[in-house]
Design a protein around this ligand. Structure first.
Ligand code: NAP
Length: 336
C-alpha cells in the first residue's frame, strides 16, 4: 500500500513510528506492507517510490525541522505538487485543522480523490465545512473516505455507532468531545479559577495553538458535525451547529451545579437540534467523566443508552485510528 502523508507533526510522526514497530505483524496478520512514498510539512517534502526510510524521516525532522532535508537536493515541492505527481493508493491528511476555509487539507483531499486515491483524514476542518460534498466526491471518484481519528482519537466512537449498533436506529446522542475544556472544567470544579485552569492546561500542552478552537467550542462542534453526518445520516456543516463555549462559565455556575450533585460540562448533543454548550450533568451519569477523558452516550430505539469512554486525543492513539482505517480500506478493496 503506497501512502502519501500530509503533515509530519505529532500525528504524522507517531504514525511512522507505529508503522515501523508493527511492520512484521501487519504483514503476517493482514498481508499489508504500508510504504510511505511521499511526505510533506510546511517546509517541503520527501519522496521515494520504493518507500521512504521511516527512521531517517524521524531523524531528519527532529534535526532540521523539515522533511525537505531528507534528500541532499532539499525537495521544495509543495503538497499539491506531490499529490499531483506521486502515485499512491492512500492519502493521509494530518495537517493543521482550520475552520475558516479548511485549507490546506481541503485541497489535499479533493485533489487526491480526483486522482483516484483513497483518503484518511484526521484533520477535522474539511469534514466540518464540507462533509456531505466530500462524501459525494468520494463516491463519484469510486474512492473511500475514512476519518476514525477525528472523533475520540483512538477510541473507536464512529466505528461503534456505525458498525456495532448496526441494525439499530440511534435516536439521539450526547457527548463530551473536547478533552481540553473537560480538563479545565474539572479543575474549576476542584476550586481553580478559569484563568489558572487555562494556564495549567496550556502548560501541559493540552490547548490548541489557537485557543478559541477549544474554548469557544469549535473543536467539539466540528466533531458533532462529523457524528451527525456519519451516524444520523444528516447533511450538515459547521454553521448548522448552535455553539457556545466555556469562557462564561464561572465559579457560581460550578457551585450551583455541585449543590445539585452535578458538574458543568461542555456537551455536544444531537437530538432535535445540534448544540454545543456548557450543561449540568449528574455526577452519577456515566457521561460525567473527568480530566481529559472523552465520553459519548448513544441512545437507540431498542438497546437503550450506551456510553463509550476513552482518551480523545494523543499522537499514538490517533495514529492507531489511522491504522484501523488503513486496514478497513484494505478490506473494502479486497471485497470489490
Ligand atoms: N494531536 C492529536 O492528538 C490529534 C488527535 C486527533 C486529530 N488531530 C488532528 O490531526 C491533525 C494533525 O495534528 P498534529 O497534532 O499532528 O498537529 P501538528 O503537530 O501541529 O502537525 C501539523 C503538521 O501540518 C503541517 N502543516 C501545517 N500547515 C501546512 C501546509 N500549509 N502545508 C504542508 N504542511 C503543513 C505542519 O508542518 P510543520 O511541521 O512544518 O509545522 C505539521 O507537520 C490536526 O488537524 C489535528 O486537529 C490531532
Amino acid at each position: 500500500m503506497r501512502i502519501i502523508l500530509c503533515g509530519f507533526g505529532i500525528v504524522g510522526q507517531s504514525l511512522v513510528k507505529l508503522l515501523d514497530s508493527r511492520a512484521e505483524d501487519l504483514y503476517a496478520k493482514y498481508g499489508i506492507k504500508p510504504r510511505i512514498v511521499g511526505v510533506f510539512d510546511s517546509g517541503g517534502s520527501a519522496t521515494d517510490p520504493s518507500g521512504l526510510d521511516r527512521e531517517k524521516l524521524i531523524y531528519v525532522k527532529k534535526k532540521t525541522k523539515s522533511v525537505k532535508d531528507y534528500s541532499k537536493s532539499k525537495n521544495k515541492a509543495s503538497g499539491l505538487e506531490i499529490i499531483q505527481n506521486v502515485d499512491a493508493d492512500v492519502l493521509i491528511e494530518a495537517t493543521t485543522s482550520n475552520y475558516k476555509d479548511a485549507e490546506p487539507g481541503m485541497a489535499h483531499i479533493i485533489n487526491a480523490m480526483k486522482r483516484g486515491m483513497h483518503v484518511i483524514s484526521v484533520n477535522k476542518g474539511p469534514l466540518a465545512l464540507a462533509f456531505p460534498s466530500l462524501m459525494e466526491l468520494a463516491t463519484y471518484n469510486h474512492v473511500l473516505l475514512r476519518f476514525s481519528g477525528t472523533v475520540g482519537g483512538g477510541t473507536p466512537i464512529l466505528n461503534y455507532a456505525k458498525n456495532s449498533l448496526q441494525g439499530e436506529r440511534i435516536t439521539s446522542f450526547a457527548g463530551i468531545l473536547n478533552g481540553t475544556t473537560n480538563y479545565i472544567l474539572t479543575n474549576m470544579a476542584n476550586g481553580m479559577s478559569f484563568d489558572v485552569a487555562l494556564k495549567d492546561a496550556k502548560s501541559k500542552g493540552y490547548v490548541e495553538a489557537d485557543e478559541s478552537l477549544d474554548l469557544d467550542g469549535l473543536d467539539a462542534a466540528a466533531k458533532l458535525v462529523i457524528l451527525a453526518n456519519w451516524v444520523m445520516d444528516m447533511k450538515v456543516t459547521l454553521p448548522d451547529i448552535q455553539c457556545t463555549g466555556i469562557r462564561k462559565v464561572d465559579f457560581e455556575d460550578i457551585k450551583k451545579a455541585a449543590k445539585k450533585n452535578c458538574a458543568v460540562k461542555l456537551v455536544a448533543s444531537c437530538n432535535k437540534d445540534l448544540i454545543v454548550s456548557p450543561r449540568e450533568i449528574s455526577l452519577d451519569d456515566p457521561l460525567c467523566v473527568n480530566g481529559t477523558l472523552n465520553a459519548i452516550a448513544f441512545t437507540s430505539e431498542h438497546s437503550g443508552t450506551q456510553t463509550i469512554i476513552g482518551r480523545g486525543a494523543g499522537g499514538m492513539e490517533t495514529a492507531s485510528s489511522i491504522l484501523r482505517d488503513l486496514l478497513d480500506i484494505r478490506k473494502e478493496i479486497s471485497r470489490s
